[in-house]
Design a protein around this ligand. Structure first.
Ligand code: F6R
Length: 602
């Protein structure tokens, strides 16, 4: 999703901005732009599409002296992905970049238009720069003009503003969207996440909601509703976790293959010989907790749904799962004996973050399962368990889902232990399966080749149904989501037993059914459901350790000893199937159209 980079100092600003934006590229965007003020010189460039287009446009532009600069990658929310709608947005003598959504922008825009101000774009962001210039005209003081502007904004924002009225200053404000400030002596950096400034800044301050201020002459002045605020910088990690394709065709393919290795890291020090241990947690944290509520979005929601089966089955604790964007507006009843768990790969998903804040306001204890340390959700939660998946570049999540599911499986045992709900035998059996999981995730070349070959038969039809029961229902949802994200084909995940209550009306040879048929969970039940579809001529791709004679295509899996081993093995099959179909359709596997890696708008 949208990315921000800012820099104040003597170095070549164009390169700092473009390199920084490149680091954020994997999050998804459809246009980009930069603006620089150096001495009296003000320059800005914008381009639709990939950053190469912006690089091309700026190839003869160089900066040599002290100056201020801001850059942005935009993922369209208000208005099409055009050059006019790309950031930075200009007023008469100021530029602004912004992530998030200004919810009251229409009211503000109308009022500004009534005063004769002309808007060039369809965006909510442009309101900020015009509001600033209006107040500046009235107050003749850039800082107070910016402060007044920020006070008028409702919604989520992280914003940077530069202006000829104060050409050596960068103004900033943050509320609901992530933003940090990096420091290296007199040089000051801004970014919407730490990757663009790693290796450049030495220290960092992660802005809190409601904070605003300005950077000038190597110092930062910070304010919130109570006035000026002191802040403590922390050391910024020096290690950029560089993601490279390492010989794979796509990041997504590499990430599917590396699931086996990273799963070893996810369980390291946590799955012990006779118990599960999380150094992030203790018994006290679960005192008087009698229920769990999990909130998440997309793939993370599917991991949550999988976990709800495990928590109730293993830990015998009631567990409710909700899509974060639904939870926020349903006026939920929240009890303090409920632990509020969020799941997020990025740790920046706006809906999940806001759901968490609601739960905190209601006095609930909170825990997050997240892949990004220091992300907004991690910082907002009472406790955090990191999934240790490493940076995930493919927009379609694979290894993040696998590691989330693993952490939640471990957590269900951990809670079961604390509550005394789990026998020694069950614990031993689960631990043995957990330790075996990295093996079950090894991608077998023959399997991959088989999926590649049969993918050619699944490029048309009028839709896919992924079906499964129990734990394999969330996996069916996830398999369908992966396919639609990168193939742009219609796919739905469904509980297999529910097909006869409506969707079976769609069954004919053009309906592709991907049937998840584990041996260890309700095999006979799902078999009957698939038979019902086969009898209506649906085309069946069955995935199972048990040969299934009615399948049009059959992928035989190896594991039949534990549901979770079957789960992870089948997960790999669905991921590879989506990948190979997408490749055959000629789509951009790693950056599918319309999608963003980090969804920081609600
Ligand atoms: C799909 C995918 C998304 C995310 C969702 C939530 O492949 O990645 O559905 O799962 O946008 O994002 P996080 O997990 O970062 O909160």
């Amino acid at each position: 999703m949208c990315g921000i980079v800012g820099y104040l100092g003597n170095k070549e600003k164009k390169e700092i901005l473009l390199d920084g934006l490149q680091e954020l590229e994997y999050r998804g965007y459809d246009s980009a732009g930069i603006a620089v003020i150096e001495g009296e010189k003000l320059n800005s460039f914008k381009a639709v599409g990939k950053l190469e287009n912006l690089r091309e446009k700026t190839k003869n532009f160089h900066t040599e002296h002290f100056g201020v600069s801001i850059g942005h990658t935009r993922w369209a929310t208000h208005g099409k992905p055009t050059e006019l709608n790309a950031h930075p947005h200009i007023g008469n003598y100021s530029y602004v970049v912004h992530n998030g959504i200004i919810e009251n922008y229409q009211i503000l825009k109308k009022a500004l238009q009534a005063e004769g101000i002309t808007f060039l774009s369809q965006t909510d962001t442009e309101t900020i720069v015009h509001l600033f210039e209006k107040y500046h005209k009235e107050l003749h003081d850039p800082f107070n003009a910016f402060k007044q502007t920020v006070q008028r904004l409702e919604g989520a924002y992280a914003t940077l503003l530069i202006t000829e009225a104060d050409p050596e200053t960068i103004y900033f404000a943050k509320n609901g969207s992530p933003m940090l400030i990096g420091f290296d002596g007199d040089e000051i950096y801004f970014a919407s996440s730490d990757t663009p400034i790693i290796g450049k800044a030495k220290e960092v301050y992660y802005l809190e909601d409601g904070e605003y201020g300005f950077a000038k002459a190597g110092t930062v002045k910070l304010y919130n509703a109570s006035g000026e605020k002191s802040f403590t910088k922390q050391a910024l990690t020096k290690d950029k976790v560089l993601a490279q394709k390492e010989g794979y065709r796509f990041f997504m393919e590499k990430e599917i293959y590396e699931q086996s290795r990273i799963m070893g890291e996810t369980i390291m020090g946590r799955v012990l010989d006779e118990s599960i241990d999380f150094e992030e947690l203790d018994k006290e944290f679960f005192k008087d907790i009698h229920a769990l509520k999990i909130c998440a979005c997309g793939t993370s929601y599917h991991a949550a749904l999988t976990a709800s089966y495990l928590f109730e089955r293993i830990a015998k604790i009631p567990c409710h799962v909700e899509i974060a964007s639904e939870f926020r507006y349903k006026e939920p009843l929240l009890n303090k004996d409920t632990l509020f768990i969020t799941i997020s790969q990025s740790g920046e998903t706006a809906d999940t973050l806001e759901a968490l804040k609601m739960a905190k306001r209601a006095g609930l204890r909170s825990l997050t399962v997240c892949n990004v340390d220091n992300s907004s959700i991690v910082r907002e939660s009472d406790r955090a368990i990191l999934t240790r998946a490493g940076i995930e570049k493919g927009v379609a999540s694979t290894k993040a889902f696998a590691t989330q599911t693993m952490v939640l499986w471990m957590l269900s045992l951990y809670v079961g232990q604390i509550k005394g709900m789990i026998s020694k035998e069950v614990l031993q059996k689960e631990i043995a399966a957990m330790l075996h999981t990295p093996k079950a995730l090894i991608v077998n070349d023959t399997l991959h080749e088989k999926i590649r070959r049969l993918s050619k038969r699944y490029l048309h039809g009028h839709g896919f149904f992924f079906i499964g029961r129990d734990l394999f229902y969330p996996l069916a949802l996830e398999g369908a989501l992966k396919l639609k994200e990168i193939s742009y084909l219609h796919a739905e995940g469904y509980p297999a037993g529910e097909m006869k209550h409506g969707p079976i009306a769609l069954a004919d040879s053009g309906l592709f059914t991907v049937a998840l048929m584990p041996k260890t969970l309700h095999y006979e039940k799902i078999k009957s459901n698939v038979e019902e579809l086969s009898a209506r001529d649906a085309t069946i791709l069955a995935i199972s350790p048990e040969p299934f004679e009615l399948a049009d295509d059959f992928i035989q899996t190896a594991y039949d000893s534990h549901p979770m081993l079957e789960f992870f093995e089948m997960m790999i099959v669905t991921q590879l199937l989506a990948l190979e179909i997408s490749v055959r359709l000629g789509n951009d596997v790693d950056m599918p159209r319309n999608l963003a890696k980090s969804v920081t708008v609600e």
